[in-house]
Design a protein around this ligand. Structure first.
Ligand SMILES: Nc1ncnc2c1ncn2[C@@H]1O[C@H](COP(=O)(O)OP(=O)(O)OP(=O)(O)O)[C@@H](O)[C@H]1O
Ligand SMILES: [Mg+2]
Length: 379
């Protein structure tokens, strides 16, 4: 499933100063494959975290200020990117006592929305196992992120929906406490609003899933060499009908009494979930670790493919790329990354070198030794 060589954006260099465990760290990435090898705790994830900051304008883990190297006042990350045929562009993000500032070239950015999408990055980390096996909220967030990539305005609708939900819940809570006698018409108004916004969210989520599903199943099969991985939308709303608005209204009507008793909105996109299955087995509860890992990777690869279908192929980063994968799956993962500029990390030096040799891969290896990055070019 290689991608056509299209107009691609890639990261050329990344420089960290006082960022997390790094005092200084500079990397010049290979156009296709870069692999960062280092022991546990040597700062591999911190490098991807910095790349994430340059692409998304916020840190991957925790709060932005936590990324400032302990004992230092200020921290900065600078990345240069190049679009095919275009000039190099530099992003600099500085974290300090006055907060965060972001620059594109010499221009200061107002906020991270100006940055997001310019240098698209899809990052797979160990936290992604939670998309497969964690709370429904993690799966909703993943789907919302995919939908927001595919549909402009999705995040605004989501924000409006959450606002309407809070208002409606406030009224329902008053009613549950026996104080909402005069609020019946206000409840009806917020219900109406919730239905309009909820329908818009449902429609876009379902369409996103229609595109994501086939990619997920194909990538899973490519990674594992068999098995049917499928994803389904789970909702108390009947989403198999054309008239989603009527379905949502109906589901709300059915729960009306219970909602007033419990003082909250019990149906709608904020309560939905995804079922992830392999050969009919629910991965949320019964998947093996290897299955869950493969599904998590397939989800990210599918996401990367969707981003590519809308514009430029994103940069693909996979943290602890080969962990929980047997040798064949690890080889297949390497094969699936062709077409993307790929940055992998691994704590398993010998195994990673064997995998690279077996594929005769072209790329660059960054070996972390004694808090320094040593660069090697693969033959
Ligand atoms: N703000 C900070 N200042 C200094 N050190 C930090 C900061 N934030 C995190 N660290 C340290 O960075 C170290 C390395 O982190 P990192 O997660 O990048 O290692 P890793 O190479 O990915 O390890 P593993 O193989 O276990 O995943 C951790 O020991 C952590 O304590
Ligand atoms: Mg790590």
């Amino acid at each position: 499933m290689g991608l056509r060589a299209g107009k691609t954006v890639r990261v050329v260099t990344l420089h960290l100063t006082n960022y997390r465990s790094w005092k200084e760290c500079g990397l010049a990435f290979h156009p296709q494959l870069s692999i960062v090898i280092g022991e546990n705790g040597s700062g591999k994830t911190n490098i991807l975290d910095a790349l994430y900051l340059a692409s998304y304008g916020r840190t991957l883990r925790g709060r932005d200020e936590d990324a400032i190297r302990w004992g230092e006042r200020e921290s900065s990350v600078r990345a240069t990117f190049r679009s095919e045929g275009g000039a190099e562009r530099a992003v600099q993000v500085t974290l300090g006592p006055e907060g965060k500032s972001m620059f594109l070239g010499g221009r200061r950015l107002e906020g991270r929305t100006e940055l997001v999408g310019l240098f698209p990055l899809v990052l797979s980390s160990s936290d992604d196992l939670d998309i497969v096996q964690g709370d429904p909220e993690r799966r909703r967030n993943f789907l919302d992120a995919v939908a927001s990539l595919l549909y402009r305005g999705y995040l605004d609708t989501l924000r409006e929906y959450k606002r309407a939900l809070r208002q409606r819940n406030r009224i329902l809570l008053e009613m549950a406490l026996g104080r909402g006698g005069s609020m019946v018409s206000a409840l009806a108004a917020w219900t109406e609003r919730l239905v309009v916004l909820g329908e818009a969210l449902l429609r876009k989520r379902l369409r996103s899933l229609e595109e994501l599903g086939p990619q997920l199943s194909e990538y899973y099969r490519e990674l594992v060499g068999g098995g049917r991985c499928a994803v389904r939308y789970l909702s108390r709303v009947d989403v198999d009908v054309d008239d989603l608005r009527a379905a949502l209204e109906k589901a709300l009507a059915v729960s009306a009494v219970e909602e007033r008793e419990r003082g909250m909105t019990l149906v709608g996109p904020h309560r939905d979930d995804l079922a992830l299955e392999v050969d009919g087995t629910d991965l949320r509860k019964f998947g093996s670790r290897g299955q869950a890992r493969a599904a998590a990777l397939a989800l990210r690869l599918a996401e990367a493919k969707l981003v590519a279908s809308r514009g430029e192929p994103p940069i693909l980063a996979v943290d602890d790329a080969f962990s929980d994968l047997d040798d064949r799956r690890a080889e297949r993962l390497l094969a699936q990354t062709t077409g993307f500029q790929t940055i992998l990390t691994s704590a398993e030096e010998a195994r990673t070198r064997e995998l690279l040799a077996a594929r005769a891969a072209h790329g660059r290896v960054f070996r972390i030794r004694e808090k320094q990055v040593v660069e090697e070019v693969l033959a």
